[in-house]
Write a protein that binds this ligand. Structure first.
Ligand code: ADP
Ligand code: MG
Length: 251
């Protein structure tokens, strides 16, 4: 049975998509059959692995109008597949609001795929709305990227309250897979302080690997490539490789 991780942070631009793509790519390179699920109507994960945002998408899979076999696309990396998203997903968020069991649509859509993949990685939009709730319900564990700045801490409290609520009601099995730091700039005192504070509070829930700010990581998506195919030797690539190994170690 595969393991499903969901990348959540209600703040935009903290590295959810970048992390999901690149951890997924290194898991695939480690021989793990990996499925990326783009669950943000912006479709950044989809284009980030060089796949077009044409239908059918994750929306069609949830609506039951397209079978998984038609929705899943292959990336340039063997063993790394993706279910694309496009703007139609923002409509789904509205349609879901007054449906019964509205938090379970993604879980139901992914359930038949669980035995095919070692890892399923879900990329969420920057909110704690109905789409992210679907992601939290579909997952075994939540991975939280944190940018090293003051407001990150405020956001983290709200995010963890949401996770607790989901654990109490919709998905008792949900674990906190861990918190990791992204876009770290060792020159700023604030970044060091945030890492120190979060680590002393959350202890072993924090991944040892810190992802530095690295321009190659921000260039790779415009080439439709995970970092391992764009510049495998840059510091960003080596950091995500280490982080993916930590994800594997922790199971
Ligand atoms: P989110 O999915 O949380 O909105 P993204 O992964 O899209 O965040 O990252 C936001 C922006 O920052 C993107 O343009 C991305 O390419 C860039 N980026 C992400 N991680 C890094 C990093 N470690 N160093 C430099 N740029 C990064
Ligand atoms: Mg994103």
């Amino acid at each position: 049975m595969g393991k499903t991780f969901v990348f959540v942070n209600q703040k935009g631009g903290v590295g959810k998509t970048t992390s999901a793509i690149n951890i997924g790519a290194y898991l695939a390179l480690e021989g793990k059959k990996t499925l990326l699920v783009d669950f943000d109507s912006q479709g950044n994960m989809t284009s980030g692995v060089g796949v077009d945002r044409e239908k059918p998408t994750v929306y069609d899979l949830m609506a039951g109008t397209s079978p998984a076999a038609e929705v899943i696309r292959e990336s340039a990396i063997p063993g790394l597949s993706v279910i694309p998203a496009s703007i139609d997903l923002s409509g789904a968020a509205i349609e879901l609001v007054d449906q019964e069991e509205r938090e379970y649509f993604l879980k139901k859509a992914l359930a038949p795929l669980q035995s095919t993949y070692d890892y399923i990685l879900i990329d969420c939009p920057p909110s704690l709305g109905i789409l992210t709730l679907n992601g939290l319900v579909a997952a075994d564990a939540v991975l939280i990227p944190l940018q090293c700045e003051y407001f990150a801490l405020e956001g983290l409290t709200l995010l963890l309250q949401t996770v607790k609520r989901v654990q109490k009601t919709l998905n008792p099995e949900l674990e906190i897979g861990g918190i990791f730091f992204t876009m770290y700039d060792s020159r700023t005192r604030l970044a060091q302080d945030v890492v120190h504070q979060v680590t002393s509070y959350f202890k072993d829930r924090v991944f040892r690997t810190i992802i530095p700010r690295n321009v190659r990581l921000s260039e790779a998506p415009s080439h439709g490539l995970p970092i391992c195919k764009y510049d495998a030797l840059c510091v960003g690539a080596r950091s995500y490789e280490k982080l993916a190994k930590e994800v594997l170690e922790r199971g």
